[in-house]
Design a binder for this molecule. Structure first.
Ligand SMILES: NC(=O)c1ncn([C@@H]2O[C@H](COP(=O)(O)O)[C@@H](O)[C@H]2O)c1NC=O
Length: 531
């Protein structure tokens, strides 16, 4: 096909019929013959469009419950022959094969079907499209002569281009469509392999439900298929290339909507993810200010402004140039305060128009509006392979907390301990978090992050504290192997401690806590965060 060879015949076979009538109408107006499979033909005919049945083109009925409709040499020969090759043209003429210049296909909704609660095994299998991907691949391979349209989002621009070019499409457009088509079939097969990989073996019974036996465990293989959303200027450092990729869900940091500000950097996205995850832990208004993935301040408050001011007060020096995560809509009062500080980026579920107005003067400040996503797995690449683990969704129930000391925490201490423990989960190991809870609203006091020894984490957290550590509480992401870390915490003036417990020297550590007058709670759960 070239500009002087317009599309004469289009084969249309779509499960998602969005926009197909309007697109077909425009093709028909350009003189294109419409050939279609059962349901699609009915939909087009129902709107008064002249359609030729696929069975008329193949000379064969659609059969086997739709398993065989377009799987025929008259279809694939019509798509695949090279128009400029005499032998190909002679062969199709000899066999009465009519050229198909455009294929419009979208596939059986496999993923949607497989995700249906209570779906039967055979229903999942039946929704594996065979004929559709075959046509998509044939047409994409022969992009020099054939156009392949797989996305309803392309209908309008394709029709418009054809209308301005006497029914033809440029090679550039066909190349772009072909690449998108192969990405579509790759993603489709990935989805099938992923879904089937988690199903129990078939029993042959018609009523077998498609249960996922590994729903709570790990996938049998990792097949990642995430298209690039946009290239980034560079990675962690300027000499590293980088880009951001999307799962297409429209949720989470990768898909957050940027309302204003400079181009996002790799480090911005990493830090935004960290602060959103932390702020999102709390039901009350909460703000997390992050530097290098660790919180320099995190707090709850009566409203967003209050939470922000309390988070900032925890370490205003480190907060300079940080990123901020907020778990609530940001209003004008909060924006007014936040705009006084130099920060790189802010992420929140929404911003009032007045808040957006307040930020508008800060042209470089990146504002991101996010739809929360539930992260199921955390992926880490290592040389020669990868590690996959369930996301750290561990939370504390009432019965998980065991008071180990003679003194029980007061209600205020307990509120602060719970807050400190939640923040600690988001701090690089070894982590000690000092916190307090004025009026029940948690606030970090000092954060000792990413130290090679727990005793250093306890020391640095206290040394860095701007707010008084006297009267605070402390959380430790893993057990104290010796009493020394606990002694540092007590020397800093903390009155209560929360930690997993489980050390062979727990008895020693508990005795030290009693000797120092501390209240200490065990959680039975560790929150290491290595990287
Ligand atoms: N079996 C075949 O030959 C075949 N040819 C096309 N399809 C699919 O049938 C669907 C459209 O069916 P209908 O036009 O009947 O609604 C499309 O999603 C298309 O990808 C087929 N179905 C499954 O493999």
């Amino acid at each position: 096909m070239n500009p002087s060879n317009p599309v004469r015949r289009a084969l249309i076979s779509v499960t998602d019929k969005t926009g197909i009538v309007e697109f077909s109408r425009r093709l028909h107006a350009l003189g294109v013959e419409l050939v279609s499979t059962g349901g699609t033909a009915a939909a087009l005919r129902g709107e008064g469009l002249p359609v030729r049945d696929i069975s008329d083109l193949t000379g064969f009925p659609e059969m086997l419950d739709g398993r065989v409709k377009t799987l025929h040499p008259k279809v694939h020969g019509g798509i695949l022959h090279i128009r400029g090759k005499a032998e190909h043209v002679a062969a199709v003429e000899q066999h009465g094969i009519e050229p198909i210049d455009m294929v419009v296909v979208n596939l059986y909704a496999f993923e949607k079907t497989a995700a249906k609660p209570g779906v039967l095994f055979h229903e999942v299998v039946e929704n594996i499209d065979i004929g559709g991907p075959s046509m998509v691949r044939s047409a994409a391979k022969n992009f020099e002569d054939v156009a392949i349209v797989t996305s309803p989002g392309d209908y309008d621009s394709i029709a418009a281009e054809m209308e301005s070019a006497q029914g033809a499409l440029s090679l550039g457009t066909r190349w772009r469509l072909a690449k998108a088509a192969f990405a579509t079939t790759a993603a489709y097969d990935t989805a099938i392999a992923n879904a089937l990989g988690e199903l129990e073996a078939p029993t042959g019974e018609a009523s077998q439900p498609a249960l996922r036996d590994r729903a709570a465990g790990m996938p049998s293989a990792i097949r990642i298929n995430l298209p690039m959303l946009q290239p980034l200027r560079y990675g962690e450092n300027p000499h590293q290339a980088a880009a951001v990729y999307t799962d297409g869900s429209g949720k989470g940091i990768a898909n957050a909507r940027q309302l204003q500000g400079k181009e996002l950097s790799f480090n911005n996205l990493v830090d935004l993810d960290a602060c959103w995850e932390l702020a999102g832990e709390f039901d009350r208004p909460a703000v997390a200010i992050i530097k290098h993935t660790n919180p320099c301040g995190a707090a709850q408050g009566a409203d967003v402004r209050d939470a922000y001011l309390r988070a900032l007060a925890a370490d205003p020096v480190s907060a300079f140039g940080g990123v901020i995560g907020i778990n609530r809509e940001v209003d004008a009062a909060a924006a007014e305060e936040i705009a006084k500080l130099f920060v790189e980026a802010i992420v929140a579920p929404s911003f009032t128009p007045e808040a957006v107005e307040r930020f508008a003067a800060k042209k470089n400040l990146r504002l991101l509006q996010i739809v929360p996503a539930e992260t199921k797995f955390v992926f880490k690449q290592v040389s020669g392979g990868a590690l996959l683990q369930g996301a750290d969704r561990g939370t504390l129930g009432e019965s998980d907390l065991k008071v180990m000391t003679q003194r029980k925490p007061t209600d205020d201490e307990m509120a602060a301990l719970r807050f400190a423990w939640t923040v600690c989960k988001h701090v690089k190991s070894n982590a000690i978090v000092y916190a307090r809870a004025e009026g029940g609203f948690g606030q970090t006091v000092g954060v000792g992050a990413g130290q090679m020894s727990r005793v250093d984490a306890a020391r640095f957290g206290a040394q860095k504290a701007v707010l008084p550590t006297a009267g605070s509480v402390a959380a430790s992401d893993a057990f104290f192997p010796f009493a020394d870390g606990l002694e540092v915490v007590a020397a800093a003036g903390a009155t209560a401690v929360i930690q997993p417990g489980g050390s062979v020297r727990d008895a020693e550590v508990i005795a030290a806590a009693d000797r120092l007058g501390l209240a200490m709670v065990f959680t039975g759960m560790r929150h290491f965060r290595h990287g």
